[in-house]
Ligand binder design. Structure first.
Ligand code: NAI
Length: 386
C-alpha cells in the first residue's frame, strides 16, 4: 500500500512525544468519554464497544491504573455531562457517530484538557484551531474503519444506481410491478466515478470499483496520488472541482470536514453536476448543503443521494434527508451514521484508543498518522492546505 493511503504508518525517529518526559504522570487522571447509547442491543452484544454501556472496553484497565473514567451520552447544552465534566477532564474521548462537539466556547472552560481522542476517524467535532491555540492534542485511530466505509460507499453507489431501495419497499408492501422500479435502474458498468478526496477511503473506493468495469475514475484532491497509485486504480486527477463533477455519473465525497470543505457541495456546484448524477457522501454531512441536495433531488439534477453522515447528529426527526425523494419516488439511500462502526471496526478503534491512551500515560510517542493536531500545530495534511 502507498504510504499516505496505508492504515498505519511506520514508526520513525521523529515521532512526537505526547507528554513531556519530565512531567509526573500516570495516576488520578480524569478521562471523559462521550459515546452513543446502545440500549438493549449493547447489553446483548458486548462487541458494541463504542456504546456507553460497553465503554470502549476501557473501564477496568483505566481504573486499575488509578484513573477516573466518566462515560456518558449526554452532550448537548450547558447542563450536559460533556459541559460539566470537561471542566476538569484531562482526556476526552468521543466518537464521530455521536460526537461531543468540542466548540471553542467549551474548550475555553476545559482548564485541564490536554488530549482529545477520536475513537474512529474524523476529528471535525473538535474546533481544531482552538485546540492548536490551547496546545491540546487531537489524536484519532487513523485507518481503523476506512475499509468499513469504503465498502459502504460501494454498496451505496450500487443501491442508488440499481434503484434498490424502492424495489425492496415494493416487495415489503406486497406489490409487484417490475416496470415501476426498472425504469430508473442502471448498470454501474461503463459509468464515470469521481471522488472528492483520494485518501485512505477514497482510494479504497476506487480499488473496490475496479472489477465493475467502470468507464473512468477521476479524483479531486490537493494531495495528488503517486503515478503508480493512480495507475493501479485507473485514476485521473482533475484540478478543478466543477470540471470534475461535470464529467461524473457518480460523485463520492471522501474528504474531511474543515474550512475548505464545509458547504463545498452547494447549489452552485450542483449546477455543474451532470444532470441526473448520483451523489454519495459518507464523509461528513456538512460538506453537502442540506437544502441544496434536497432541491437537486426534487428537480432531477440529482437522481440519488446516499450516505450515513448528517450535518447534526443525531439528525432531527424532520431532517429533510430522511424523506427526500426523486420524482420517481426513489433516490434516497440515507442511514444513520454507522458505516464506520461495524463490529469489526469497533474492535479496531477500541484497541487503537487504548494504545493512544497508553502512549499518553507513559510518555511514549504516538503513531504519527494518528496525530491530527500535535502540541500547538496541525500535523495532518488532510485538513486543508496550510
Ligand atoms: P485521509 O486523511 O486518508 O484522506 C482524506 C483526503 O481528503 C486527503 O487526501 C486530503 O488531501 C483530501 N482532502 C482534504 N481536503 C480536501 C478538499 N478540500 N478537496 C479535496 N480533497 C481534500 O482520510 P480518510 O481516512 O480517507 O477519511 C476521510 C474522511 O471520511 C474522514 O475525515 C471522516 O470525516 C470520514 N469518515 C467517515 C466515517 C463514517 O463512518 N461515515 C468513518 C471514517 C471516516
Amino acid at each position: 500500500m502507498f504510504s499516505r493511503l496505508a492504515t498505519r504508518s511506520v514508526a520513525t525517529s521523529s515521532r512526537t512525544l505526547t507528554r513531556p518526559a519530565t512531567q509526573s504522570w500516570n495516576r488520578g487522571m480524569k478521562v471523559l468519554a462521550i459515546l452513543y447509547r446502545g440500549g438493549d442491543a449493547a447489553k446483548q452484544e458486548p462487541r458494541l464497544l463504542g456504546a456507553v454501556e460497553n465503554e470502549l472496553g476501557l473501564r477496568q484497565w483505566l481504573e486499575s491504573q488509578g484513573h477516573e473514567y466518566i462515560v456518558s451520552d449526554s452532550k448537548e447544552g450547558p447542563q450536559s455531562d460533556l459541559a460539566k465534566h470537561i471542566k476538569d477532564a484531562e482526556v476526552v474521548i468521543t466518537t464521530p457517530f455521536h460526537p461531543g462537539y468540542l466548540t471553542r466556547e467549551l474548550i475555553d472552560t476545559a482548564k485541564n484538557l490536554k488530549v482529545c481522542v477520536t475513537a474512529g476517524v474524523g476529528s471535525d467535532h473538535v474546533d481544531l484551531n482552538a485546540a492548536v491555540e490551547r496546545k491540546i492534542q487531537v489524536l484519532e485511530v487513523t485507518g481503523s474503519n476506512v475499509t468499513s466505509v469504503a465498502e459502504h460507499v460501494v454498496m451505496s453507489i450500487l443501491l442508488l444506481v440499481r434503484n434498490f431501495v424502492p424495489a425492496h419497499e415494493m416487495i415489503e408492501r406486497g406489490d409487484w410491478m417490475v416496470s415501476e422500479v426498472a425504469r430508473n435502474a442502471y448498470d454501474l458498468e461503463g459509468k464515470v466515478v469521481g471522488t472528492i478526496g483520494a485518501g485512505r477511503i477514497g482510494y479504497r473506493v476506487l480499488e473496490r470499483l475496479m472489477p465493475f468495469d467502470t468507464k473512468e475514475h477521476l479524483y479531486y484532491d490537493y494531495n495528488g496520488l503517486p503515478a503508480e497509485a493512480e495507475a493501479k486504480v485507473r485514476a485521473r486527477r482533475v484540478e478543478d472541482l466543477k470540471d470534475m463533477v461535470s464529467q461524473c455519473d457518480i460523485v463520492t465525497v471522501n474528504a474531511p470536514l474543515h474550512e475548505g470543505t464545509r458547504g463545498l457541495v452547494n447549489a452552485d456546484l450542483l449546477k455543474h453536476f451532470k444532470k441526473g448524477a448520483w451523489l454519495v457522501n459518507t464523509a461528513r454531512g456538512a460538506i453537502c448543503d442540506k437544502d441544496a441536495v434536497a432541491a437537486a433531488l426534487k428537480s432531477g439534477q440529482l437522481t440519488g443521494y446516499a450516505g450515513d453522515v448528517w450535518n447534526v447528529q443525531p439528525a432531527p426527526r424532520d431532517h429533510v434527508w430522511r424523506t427526500m425523494k426523486n420524482s420517481l419516488g426513489g433516490g434516497n439511500g440515507m442511514v444513520p451514521h454507522y458505516s464506520g462502526t461495524t463490529l469489526d471496526a469497533q474492535a479496531r478503534y477500541a484497541a487503537g484508543t487504548r494504545e493512544i491512551l497508553e502512549n499518553y500515560f507513559t510518555g511514549k510517542a504516538q503513531t504519527p498518522a494518528n496525530i491530527i493536531v500535535g502540541v500547538g500545530k496541525y500535523e495532518t495534511k488532510a485538513y486543508g492546505q496550510r
